[in-house]
Design a binder for this molecule. Structure first.
Ligand code: GLA
Length: 681
């Protein structure tokens, strides 16, 4: 049972955690002390264990062996390392699958998936739910009160979609609740088209490939509801057993679009995610968006539950990150709201599919060269904890994200290269280049407090969104609406109006027609002469006295020639831009400059590849994280005096940054620093 005498990190001293995924079940127990000694040398403060360990935790159905895990938790705690436990449900073991074959998911082609990978379960399988409840209860009862277990992760990277008969029945039941009657469903989905009219719920299929847009959208909602229910089952099993303050999360994947992440996050205490670069190197102008996205799931800081130590094993080219890049990435994550960074993984199992993935230790059990860099990051985090723990991110700019709109475009991209997330990042990039903090929010969140709100391709509107955007503009906000806005309702049906539908009066324009472009068309703006790529919308000005075109189309397909391409429209105290184009990068940047200046938002100018991001500490003081994301030395002209808390220097004006150099700037002095790490041997 849990032992409360263990040595634990001082809870009165909040810290930015650094850690790794550790799988003690892969190694003989007499190796663990050496692993833990090396973890101390690396400066790790937390490990994540248990995910995927189902067969070691429940070797026979209903027979548990949790002692080894408890011993590992205790040894780690004695070394001052906290534990996050993963529920092992992403890896239902062979003995379960053999006895309950319906646990295995069915793929789109009707085949049951094979055992031996992971996430091979049907998320709705009653047999699976029963087995999940049993293992999670056992873990909760044994570890819920263990003070060394500071948090829990449910499952691992939900992703599988199941097409089995059971899921189809559940889907039909889901639709019954959602629509109430078949008449309503038929109406919303326009099922007279191609004789799709349903006269019994049992007739409704799970969509495979392109299908009725309404059906496709509802299936995404159903997948979300299925995972949410599965997650809830685990939450309800865990929560009553946990010490107050112990949190529960799930590790989401980047811009993964399998379900609505806002809904999935509702029941969690904290959002977290896994950041992998794969081939190449990270692009600091867009990777911040993924952090901001996850921060927006619960509108608070998050954990980076996994990131790659050096290289992965699943990308076309599994290149190593440059020396120093790992550290820049760690700081980039902190700058965007991470409260912890955990590397995946400590040491690779000698067998198993991921045997040649990056790790902190090599197959011999000795540190990889990058171990030293991780040690340096730990040292950084000790220093930074004094400043960053408890700090938050405040933004003047919000970008609105909507899974329904994204799915709607995916179902009907209309241009093979039109990707919701690319278009989103097209706006984000210019904000990042100006070092602006950005909140990425669900399109259903309230907008008060922001100066500028950008709603890229908000295809799907509902009354709440329209009301909130209107209030925001009324009160003086600047709103940017873009191509494909306000086309559909919440059932993925076209609105019986021109785009942007109920936002037309606010925008002062409507869209007479939209064109997927086989070649770019010229666009001439006040501050640029460029092109629209992929897409162009022909705008009709509704409010002649107020709406101002700020860019026009040049000669192209005849339909667009000389027509307004971008407009702005004052509305009460605010301003609404309508961007009918998908501009080339340079012109887009000029447009954003113009939008920012009319929003009264000042930005920090830095050389290319130098990022400055701002956190605000618990006393309301600004903390500036400066990151050189390049292999070249850089000089940043700082507009005033600074104290660099990380490098223990102070100055005014030019700040020299070595390759991948970092600085943490404040204007006031620190108190007690964290003690240094033990020396490496
Ligand atoms: C994912 C998983 C990890 C591991 C890594 C490898 O993110 O969550 O278990 O497989 O990928 O890159």
């Amino acid at each position: 049972m849990s032992d409360s005498t263990q040595t634990l990190p001082d809870p009165a001293r909040p810290r930015v955690h650094i850690g790794a995924a550790y799988y003690p079940e892969h190694w003989p127990e007499n190796r663990w002390p050496e692993d833990i000694r090396l973890m101390q040398t690396a400066g790790l403060t937390v490990v994540r264990m248990g995910e995927f360990a189902w067969s070691a935790l429940e070797p026979e159905e209903g027979v548990f062996d949790l002692d080894w895990l408890e011993r590992a938790v205790r040894l780690l705690a004695e070394a001052g390392i906290s534990t996050v436990l993963g529920t092992p449900t992403a890896a239902p073991p062979a003995m379960l699958v053999q006895k309950y074959p319906l646990i295995l998911a069915v793929d789109e082609n009707g085949h049951r998936v094979q055992f031996g990978n992971r996430c091979h379960y049907c998320v709705n399988s009653p047999d699976f739910h029963q087995a999940v409840e049993r293992i999670v209860s056992a873990l909760a009862e044994r570890f819920g009160q263990n003070p060394s277990v500071i948090g829990w992760q449910i499952d691992n990277e939900y992703n599988r979609v199941c097409y089995c008969e059971h899921c189809q029945k559940r889907f039909q039941e889901f639709l019954k609740i959602r629509f109430g009657s078949l008449e309503a469903l038929n109406e919303h989905w326009s099922t007279r088209y191609w004789s799709q009219t349903y006269s019994a719920w049992e007739q409704i299929p799970i969509p495979i490939g392109p299908h009725n847009p309404g059906l496709m959208l509802e299936f995404k909602h159903f997948v979300t509801a299925s995972y949410r229910k599965f997650q809830k089952l685990q939450l309800d099993t865990l929560r009553p057993n946990l010490i107050p303050g112990v949190w529960i999360t799930h590790n989401f994947m980047n811009w993964f679009d399998g379900f609505d992440h806002y809904e999935m996050s509702t029941d969690l205490d904290m959002a977290s995610w896994d950041w992998y670069v794969g081939t190449g190197h990270h692009d600091s102008l867009t990777s911040g968006a993924a952090h901001d996205l996850v921060r927006g799931y619960k509108r608070r800081n998050f954990w980076l539950t996994e990131t790659q130590p050096g290289h992965v094993n699943w990308s076309p080219i599994n290149n190593e990150l440059n020396k120093g890049e790992l550290r820049a990435m760690a700081w980039h994550a902190l700058a965007h709201g991470a409260e912890a960074i955990l590397y995946w993984q400590w040491r690779s199992a000698l067998g198993g599919q991921e045997q040649i993935h990056g790790a902190l230790l090599d197959p011999s059990g000795q540190p990889h060269p990058l171990f030293e860099e991780i040690r340096q990051i730990s040292q950084d985090f000790r220093t930074a904890s004094e400043w960053l723990a408890g700090s938050t991110i405040k933004s003047q700019v919000a970008m609105l994200n909507c899974y329904d709109s994204r799915w709607s475009i995916q179902g009907q991209p209309h241009h093979k290269d039109f990707k919701y997330e690319d278009h989103f990042l097209h706006y984000y990039r210019s904000l990042a280049a100006r070092n602006l903090n950005v909140d990425i929010l669900s399109a259903d969140e309230p907008l008060n407090g922001y100066k500028l709100v950008i709603a890229p391709t908000l295809v799907i509107l509902n009354e709440k969104r329209v009301r909130q955007m209107t209030d925001f503009v009324r009160q003086g906000g600047v709103l940017v609406l873009t191509i494909r806005s306000g086309l559909k309702d919440g059932y993925n049906a076209l609105l019986p109006s021109r785009q942007p539908g109920p936002l037309a009066a606010l925008a002062g324009v409507e869209v007479e027609d939209a064109y997927a472009l086989d070649e770019p068309v010229p666009v001439i703006g006040e501050h640029f002469q460029g092109t629209s790529i992929l897409w162009a919308e022909r705008l009709k000005i509704l409010d002649q006295s107020q709406t101002v075109p700020i860019a026009y189309y040049g000669r192209s397909n005849g339909w667009l020639d000389d027509r307004p391409a971008i407009t702005h429209h004052p509305y009460e105290k605010g301003l609404v831009y309508f961007v009918g184009v998908y501009l080339d990068e340079a012109s887009q940047d000029k447009l954003l400059e113009n939008i920012l200046s009319s929003s009264g938002i000042a930005s920090i100018k830095t050389p290319a590849n130098v990022e400055v991001h701002q956190r605000t500490d618990k006393h309301g003081q600004d903390l500036f994280i400066v990151i050189n994301h390049s292999q070249a030395e850089q000089v940043l002209e700082w507009p005033g005096p600074y104290i660099d808390q990380l490098n223990c220097t102070s100055g005014q004006g030019p700040l020299n940054l070595p390759p991948y150099g970092i600085a943490l700037l404040t204007t006031r002095l620190t108190s007690e620093p964290m003690p240094p790490l033990p020396s490496p041997e």
